[in-house]
Design a protein around this ligand. Sequence first.
Ligand SMILES: [Zn+2]
Length: 77
Amino acid sequence: MLTCKELVANSSDFLDRQLSLRLRLSIRAHLAMCRKCRRFIRQMRLSQAVLRQLPEGQSAELDALAAELARRRRDMR
Ligand SMILES: [Zn+2]
């Protein structure tokens, strides 16, 4: 039986469908029993979908925006 840690370690390959059938089946079996990992996989799937929708370079802009907001918050004090 797969542990939660092993599932997490294989989760991105699982979502990319890069795993062998055997490993995929043990992950599915684990997910059927483990609510925590089901939630984890769902979150992973969501964030992958969001990332895929961002155009190239957008994440760099988001980083710059986050840095700018942090700087302004500092200035306000
Ligand atoms: Zn688990």
